[in-house]
Design a protein around this ligand. Structure first.
Ligand code: RP5
Length: 158
């Protein structure tokens, strides 16, 4: 993409989430979508998280991807502070990610978090979903998405 300013924010609750959230970053890099990455915790740094979420739109961010594990409230808290679409990635955890999944997906009516699968597959899908959302405003991404879909089918055939 021509715009060098980040369009996607990847936020994670701990740097221990980085190996998983790198999957999201990898997809965005593949699609040449500029992004930024940061660590911010809903529980350990609540003020920083709220401020980051409130200011993201003003900084030009169009989609937020939030990954967290355990009592994973990060995506939901961010969604409470912004009108941007928020994609939640539940980490694998001591409870095989079930705690993270339920904490992320079970949002109250009125505050959606688009929750993807637990772990690396979910983090990768979060990146693809972010590109799909962006393609509404940035139609040049549609061509890349169609090429990507075709590559999936070609791999299955092979
Ligand atoms: C969550 O707690 C983080 O998102 C991470 O998945 C989990 C464990 O964090 P650390 O104790 O490894 O920092 O807030």
């Amino acid at each position: 993409m021509k715009d060098p300013k980040p369009l996607v924010a990847i936020v994670m609750g701990s740097d221990s989430d980085l190996p998983v959230m790198q999957e999201t970053a990898g997809v965005l890099a593949e699609f040449k979508v500029p992004f930024e990455m940061t660590v911010s915790s809903a529980h350990r740094s609540p003020e920083r998280t709220a401020e980051y979420a409130r200011k993201a739109e003003g900084h030009g961010i169009e989609v937020i991807v939030a990954g967290a594990g355990g009592a994973a409230h990060l995506a939901g808290v961010i969604a409470g502070h912004t009108i941007l679409p928020v994609i939640g990635v539940p980490m694998e955890s001591g409870l095989m990610g079930l705690d993270s999944l339920l904490s992320t997906v079970q949002m109250p009516g009125g505050v959606p978090v688009a929750t993807v699968a637990v772990g690396k597959a979910g983090a990768r899908n979060a990146g693809i979903l972010a590109v799909q959302i962006l393609s509404g405003k940035h139609p040049e991404l549609k061509k890349s998405l169609r090429r990507y879909k075709a590559s999936l089918a070609a791999k299955v055939k092979a």
